[in-house]
Design a protein around this ligand. Structure first.
Ligand code: THU
Length: 130
């Protein structure tokens, strides 16, 4: 089963393919699915800025397109000195496919990571239940 180092490698490779001509901030993400598959994504920006899509969401959508809907672990790496926390929109998308204790690795430009959980990132998760 793939582990954190595999996710880090996949996320770094994706980060190298980021399309970020406007922010010049390159982000990569990798998701481990319940089947053991690893899916990666990078941020893809647009001249109409609001259409930009984050690395985490692109990785998760690749996982779903491959037929998986359960995240076991997720890692995100940016270019900052600080560990990169997923944006609010990505947190909600992560929470759609990951249980509360799922580990989220937030990494800095050097690949050093701080670990947290989905529950810590989204303390009150919205799920559509009546
Ligand atoms: N970005 C991500 O890909 N993930 C995050 O969690 C934070 C922000 C991207 C979006 C945009 O292309 C660039 O980083 C600057 O905000």
């Amino acid at each position: 089963m793939a582990g954190k180092n595999d996710l880090l490698q996949a996320a770094k490779e994706a980060r190298a393919r980021a399309y970020a001509p406007y922010s010049d901030f390159h982000v990569g993400a990798a998701v481990l699915g319940a089947s053991g598959g690893v899916y990666s994504g990078c941020n893809v920006e647009n001249a109409s800025f609001g259409l930009t899509s984050c690395a985490e969401r692109n990785a998760i959508f690749a996982m779903v397109a491959a037929g998986e809907t359960e995240i076991r672990e997720i890692l995100v790496i940016g270019e900052s000195e600080e560990f990169l926390p997923p944006c609010g929109a990505c947190r909600q998308v992560i929470a759609e496919f990951a249980a509360v204790p799922t580990v989220v690795h937030m990494c800095n430009r050097r690949g050093e990571c701080r670990d947290t959980t989905v529950g810590e990132l989204v303390p009150f998760i919205f799920h559509l239940k009546k």
